[in-house]
Design a protein around this ligand. Structure first.
Ligand SMILES: Cc1cc2nc3c(=O)[nH]c(=O)nc-3n(C[C@H](O)[C@H](O)[C@H](O)COP(=O)(O)O)c2cc1C
Length: 302
């Protein structure tokens, strides 16, 4: 399938794996790129720019296909050294950077100096998405056609995407491909604890919660005991909530969940699409499955 996205990123299928904290390691990014999609390493999961350089080198060993790096600009307890991360990306020969969280304007000069062309495509996240859906609560059935009306550059549909139906719908609404987050966690190659994958298969579309609304840093997460505690604090504090009040339920949670498999540690991103996740395929099976029978036949031959 050829679209503006496959042409732009020189990939076979218009499928992108979104940056995911403590999930987007070289193993997953490499597997997605090897299956013909675009894998993305999550930059800030690597605690230092030197570690990011190593992760990029590892991914180059796993695939000779294009892959990208995600740089997230969200409020954090300590601001990361973005210029040094951008330098590591440049030295790693990366040509594709996914930025998120807010406008990358401030870092565009550094990104352009590192060889990125500009903002060439947008990943449009609806209210359904895992992670940060923004504060406007706009679902993809409205957001994607609106994006098609406004944007002159190609975009991919993101949030709630799981299968062939999602891809067809994305293309129908004007997108040139789709981005998946949550769905890629429940794959054999995702380098996360088995408890996480099992929790995704077990959960339904009713099991996500929105946290941090009061501080305008809304995040969609999978409900668990830590999230229940967090919501209780949020209810108590109301509009007076400060990030410090919920430090224990949001800081340092990802390694506990993704590496140790402690499913009640606190808030970690998960999309409503979790209701459509019933199995743990390989990345290749997932991508081929959503491309339809024709591609599946060629997979069997290969
Ligand atoms: C566990 C998890 C961690 C995520 N971490 C990040 C991140 O660090 N930076 C980012 O830009 N997006 C992050 N996202 C958002 C994804 O890149 C993607 O936009 C989102 O998952 C799409 O919605 P979906 O989960 O419904 O597919 C994360 C999503 C999940 C599920």
């Amino acid at each position: 399938m050829k679209t503006a996205i496959t042409e732009l990123f020189k990939i076979e299928h218009p499928i992108i794996q979104g940056g995911m904290h403590y999930v987007g390691f070289a193993e997953l990014a490499g597997a997605v790129s090897n299956a013909g999609g675009l894998g993305i390493i999550t930059g800030l999961t690597q605690r230092t720019p030197e570690l990011l350089a190593k992760e990029i080198a590892k991914c180059h060993e796993l695939t000779d296909k294009p892959f990208g790096v995600n740089l997230t600009f969200l409020p954090s307890f300590s601001a990361p050294p973005y210029p040094e991360y951008i330098a590591a990306i440049k030295e790693g020969g990366i040509k594709i950077v996914e930025t998120a969280g807010r406008s990358p304007e401030q870092y565009m000069p550094a990104l352009k100096a590192a060889g990125m062309i500009g903002c060439d495509a947008v990943s449009v996240d609806g209210f359904e998405c895992g992670g940060h859906p923004g504060e406007d609560d706009m679902p993809n059935m409205i957001l994607l056609p609106r994006a098609a009306e406004e944007l002159k550059i190609p975009f991919v549909a993101s949030g709630g995407m799981a299968d062939a139906r999602s891809l067809v719908a994305s293309l129908a609404m004007g997108a040139a491909g789709m981005n998946m987050g949550t769905r890629f966690i429940a794959t054999k190659e995702a380098p996360v604890h088995d408890n996480v994958k099992k929790a995704l298969v077990a959960a339904s579309e009713l099991d996500t919660r929105l946290v941090m609304r009061a501080i305008r840093n809304t995040e969609r997460v999978l409900k668990n005991a830590g999230v229940e505690r967090l919501l209780e604090i949020e209810r108590e504090k109301g509009a007076k909530l400060k990030i410090e009040d919920i430090h224990d339920e949001v800081a340092g949670v990802y390694p506990k969940v993704m590496i140790e498999g402690d499913m009640d540690a606190g808030a970690w991103s998960c999309g409503m699409v979790v209701g459509l996740i019933h199995d743990i395929p390989t990345v290749k099976e997932l991508i081929m499955g959503l491309l339809g029978a024709e591609s599946r036949a060629s997979l069997e031959v290969a």
